[in-house]
Design a protein around this ligand. Structure first.
Ligand SMILES: [Zn+2]
Length: 71
């Protein structure tokens, strides 16, 4: 089952595949940005991009710190 969605990334400034945030990223959102419900947060899958955004509003987005790089 795929849990990806194509959304606009505010950093790449293009339509990119996004995946659900991982538990680690979810924890970071909760502790650093007081996000209580992280199910609607998606991460851009483009190589080198660490942008996560709220599904319903691109203006709500955050840059993950180093150490959150994808494989
Ligand atoms: Zn991106």
């Amino acid at each position: 089952m795929t849990t990806e969605v194509k959304r606009h990334c505010p950093t790449c400034k293009s339509e990119e595949q996004h995946r659900h945030v991982t538990p680690k990223e979810s924890h970071w959102l909760r502790t650093e940005h007081d996000v209580t419900f992280t199910n609607d947060w998606w991460r851009c899958k483009r190589e080198g991009c660490r942008t996560i955004r709220y599904y319903h509003a691109e203006s709500q987005n955050h840059q993950l710190p180093e150490g959150f790089d994808d494989d």
